[in-house]
Design a protein around this ligand. Structure first.
Ligand SMILES: [Zn+2]
Length: 108
């Protein structure tokens, strides 16, 4: 279960406001690197793995199939906690967010 962030961490284009966001676990990417590490280890262990057609090969197949959901979790975008729309990154507090102000090109 994913919960919204404690602070406002994104700007929702649908709500037109800075909002709390719902974002996937921050360490899915690191876990994916670990996944590829285990896969590389499995590559070195292929002589052992391929000896066992009943336990190790089916286990390896299940492990390889896990990359799909893992990639989907890594690619998930943070969403608005109120309406569920994909949010933009929160802009730093500046004159750009003040109402009635004209955007200044020199501030970049
Ligand atoms: Zn929203």
């Amino acid at each position: 279960m994913m919960r919204a962030t404690a602070k406002k961490t994104g700007h929702c284009p649908r709500c037109h406001d800075d909002v709390r966001t719902v974002r996937p676990w921050a360490h899915w990417r690191k876990l994916r690197y670990g996944y590829f590490g285990v896969l590389a280890l499995a590559l070195f262990c292929t002589p052992v793995l391929l000896c066992d057609g009943f336990i190790l090969i089916p286990t390896l197949m299940i492990f390889i199939a896990a990359i799909g959901p893992l990639n989907a979790l890594v690619a998930k975008q943070p969403t608005c906690a109120q309406c569920g729309a994909v949010v933009d990154a929160l802009k730093p507090a500046s004159s750009a967010s003040m109402p009635g102000s004209t955007p200044c090109s020199c501030a970049r």
